[in-house]
Design a protein around this ligand. Structure first.
Ligand SMILES: [Zn+2]
Length: 51
């Protein structure tokens, strides 16, 4: 596991980092975004990749 591939997934509503994920930046250029449960918002929100 490389630190370079570690990304954070941030809730677009409350801006809290809720998840950590990995991706190969050499292969995937675009920013990841996915719907996940946010325990701060207490609902499913859109999470975006952040540094
Ligand atoms: Zn949230």
């Amino acid at each position: 596991m490389s630190q370079e591939n570690l990304i954070k997934l941030e809730c677009t509503v409350c801006k809290k980092t809720n998840y950590y994920s990995q991706k190969n930046k050499k292969i995937i250029k675009e920013r990841l975004q996915m719907k996940k449960y946010c325990r701060h918002c207490k609902k499913h929100t859109l999470h975006k990749e952040t540094k």
